[in-house]
Design a binder for this molecule. Structure first.
Ligand SMILES: Nc1ncnc2c1ncn2[C@@H]1O[C@H](COP(=O)(O)OP(=O)(O)OP(=O)(O)O)[C@@H](O)[C@H]1O
Ligand SMILES: [Mg+2]
Length: 464
C-alpha cells in the first residue's frame, strides 16, 4: 500500500511539475510576444514622426501597465513611467543598470525589481532612431532619446502559476487519499485468497492432511502459488503415507524372527526342551533368526543413509575387475552353477567401489536364489556412448510375470518363490540396488518374461 501511494505520489508530482513548467513557459512567451509587437509598433511610429513625440502617446503604444524607460545616447534615463501592478497600484520599477549599456536586453529577458525580488519583469531594450525627441508627460522641455526599454510585470502570470500550484496540491492530496481508501479495498479483496491459503496451511499443519487450497484461477500468480502449495501438501501426504507403510513393513518383518526367538526361548524356559538335541536346535534357530534380524537392520540402516542423500565416494571403479571378483565369490558359494563374465576392456564407472560391489552381489545372489540350481548366469560390462557404462546380470531362470517385475524394486517386496522361510529373503535386495544406483546418478531396469529368464541392467556414469 505504501509502495503504491509512493509511486502514485511520484507520478502525480512529475505530471504537476511538467504542467507548471509548461504553463510558465507559455505565459512568458505570451508576454514576450506582446513586448516584441510593442517594440515594432514604437519603432515604426518613431520613424514616421519628425516632431517631438509626446510621452503619453508612447504609453498608448505599449501593453497596458507596461513600464517605459527612455534613455539618451549615453544610456542615462531621461524619463520613465511609474511601474504598476495588475491592480493598478504603483510597484518598484525594474532594476536597470546605470548607465544602461547599448544592447541591454536585446531579446526579452527577466529583470528583478529595484531593491526587491518581486515583482519580476520581462524587459526589452531597443533603439528608437537617431533623431527622436520626446516630450515628457511632466511638461518639461522635449529631450532627444536614442533607446527605449519596455518591461511587463510578470505578477499576473505568476498569479496563474501560484493558483495552479494550489489547485494541483489539493487535487493531488485528494487523489492520494482516494487511492489509499480504494487501494485498501482492492488489496483486501486481492489478498483474500492468500488469507484462505494461510487458513488451509494452518489446518494442514494442525493435522487435517486432506484439506487443500481452492485454486480459483490457476494461471494467476496467486493461483500458481496455490497449485504449488497443493503439490507440496500432496507430496508431504504421500511421503508420510510411505513412511507409515514402511514402518508397518519393518515391524512386520521383525515380528516373525522375534516370535520365533521367543517361541524357542519359552520352550527352553518352561523346561519343554530338555533333550540336548532340542536345546541345541533351539539355540541354533535363535542364532539364525537373530542373524536374519541383524541383516535386516543393517540393510535398513543402509537404505536410510542412502535416503538421506549423503554424498558417496566418487572414485574411478574398475567395473570389469569388480564383476570378476563378484562372480568368483558367487562361484565359491554355488559351485555347480556356470557364471560367465564378459568384460569389454577398460570400463570404469565413477562412484563408491564397496557399494557397487554390493549391487553386483545382490543381483548375483538373486540369480542364485530365485533360479533353479545349475541355471547359467552371465555378467556383462560395457561402455555406452554419452559417458555411460552398463552392467547386466542375465539368468535363464523362470523369469517373472509383469506384475511381479513391476514391483520387485519396492522395499520388502518378495515374489511368491521367496515367501517361504527356506529362501528367507527380506525383500530389500533390489531396493538397495535401486537406491545405490540412483545415488550414483544411474538407473536400474529389468527385462523379463515368464519362462524366459531375467536381465537386470544397471547404467552408471563413466569415470572421467
Ligand atoms: N533373477 C531373478 N529371477 C526371478 N525372480 C527374481 C530374480 N531376482 C529377483 N526376483 C524376484 O524379486 C523379488 C525381490 O528381490 P529382492 O532381491 O528385492 O528380495 P529377495 O531376494 O527376496 O530378498 P533379499 O534380497 O532381501 O534377501 C524376489 O523375491 C524374487 O521374487
Ligand atoms: Mg535378493
Amino acid at each position: 500500500m505504501a509502495g503504491v501511494l509512493l509511486l502514485a505520489a511520484l507520478g502525480m508530482v512529475t505530471v504537476n511539475l511538467a504542467s507548471l513548467i509548461g504553463l510558465r513557459l507559455y505565459l512568458t512567451d505570451v508576454v514576450d510576444t506582446n513586448l516584441t509587437k510593442a517594440r515594432d509598433t514604437v519603432q515604426r511610429y518613431a520613424e514616421s514622426r519628425s516632431s517631438p513625440i509626446p510621452e503619453t502617446t508612447l504609453n498608448t503604444l505599449v501593453p497596458a501597465g507596461a513600464y517605459i524607460a527612455l534613455l539618451d545616447e549615453h544610456g542615462r534615463v531621461v524619463t520613465e513611467t511609474a511601474a504598476q501592478g495588475p491592480d493598478g497600484q504603483p510597484t518598484p520599477c525594474p532594476d536597470l543598470p546605470a548607465p544602461v549599456l547599448s544592447g541591454f536586453s536585446e531579446r526579452p529577458s527577466t529583470v528583478s525589481a529595484r531593491g526587491a525580488l518581486i515583482p519580476r519583469y520581462r524587459a526589452l531594450g531597443f533603439p528608437v532612431g537617431a533623431n527622436t525627441v520626446v516630450r515628457p508627460a511632466t511638461g518639461a522641455a522635449p529631450k532627444p532619446v536614442s533607446t527605449m526599454v519596455i518591461a511587463s510585470n510578470l505578477a499576473p502570470s505568476d498569479d496563474v502559476v501560484y493558483w495552479l500550484i494550489g489547485a494541483e496540491a489539493v487535487a493531488t492530496l485528494a487523489a492520494l487519499a482516494g487511492i489509499a481508501v480504494l487501494g485498501r479495498g482492492v488489496l483486501r479483496v486481492g489478498m483474500r485468497p492468500l488469507q484462505d491459503m494461510a487458513t488451509t496451511a494452518t489446518a494442514i499443519a494442525a493435522g487435517d492432511l486432506h484439506q487443500r487450497i481452492e485454486v480459483g484461477r490457476p494461471h494467476s500468480e496467486i493461483g500458481e502459488v496455490g497449485s504449488a502449495l497443493n503439490h507440496a501438501f500432496d507430496a508431504r501426504q504421500r511421503s508420510e503415507e510411505r513412511l507409515r507403510q514402511f514402518v508397518a513393513d519393518v515391524s512386520h518383518e521383525l515380528r516373525t524372527p522375534l516370535t520365533t526367538i521367543r517361541g524357542w526361548a519359552q520352550l527352553h524356559l518352561h523346561g519343554l526342551a530338555q533333550e540336548p538335541e532340542l536345546v541345541e536346535r533351539a539355540m541354533l534357530r535363535i542364532e539364525e533368526e537373530a542373524a536374519r534380524m541383524h541383516t535386516t537392520v543393517e540393510e535398513l540402516l543402509l537404505l536410510a543413509q542412502l535416503d538421506q542423500g549423503r554424498p558417496l565416494a566418487d572414485t574411478p571403479v574398475d567395473l570389469g575387475r569388480l564383476a570378476a571378483d563378484a562372480a568368483e565369490d558367487a562361484r565359491a558359494l554355488d559351485p555347480g552353477r556356470p557364471i560367465a563374465v564378459d568384460v569389454q576392456d577398460e570400463v570404469f564407472a565413477s562412484g563408491d567401489e564397496d557399494r557397487l560391489l554390493q549391487v553386483l552381489r545382490n543381483l548375483l545372489s538373486n540369480a542364485q536364489q530365485h533360479t533353479p540350481t545349475g541355471t547359467p548366469v552371465a555378467v556383462a560390462v560395457r561402455s555406452l556412448p554419452d559417458d555411460q557404462v552398463e552392467l547386466t546380470v542375465t539368468d535363464h531362470g523362470p523369469g517373472m510375470d509383469p506384475e511381479t517385475a513391476r514391483r520387485i524394486f519396492e522395499r520388502f517386496y518378495r515374489g511368491d518363490d521367496s515367501r517361504s522361510p527356506s529362501t528367507g529373503g527380506t525383500g530389500l535386495g533390489l531396493a538397495i540396488v535401486k537406491s545405490i544406483t540412483e545415488a550414483h546418478g544411474g538407473t536400474v531396469t529389468v527385462t523379463t518374461a515368464e519362462g524366459e529368464g531375467s536381465t537386470f541392467t544397471v547404467t552408471l556414469p563413466a569415470a572421467r
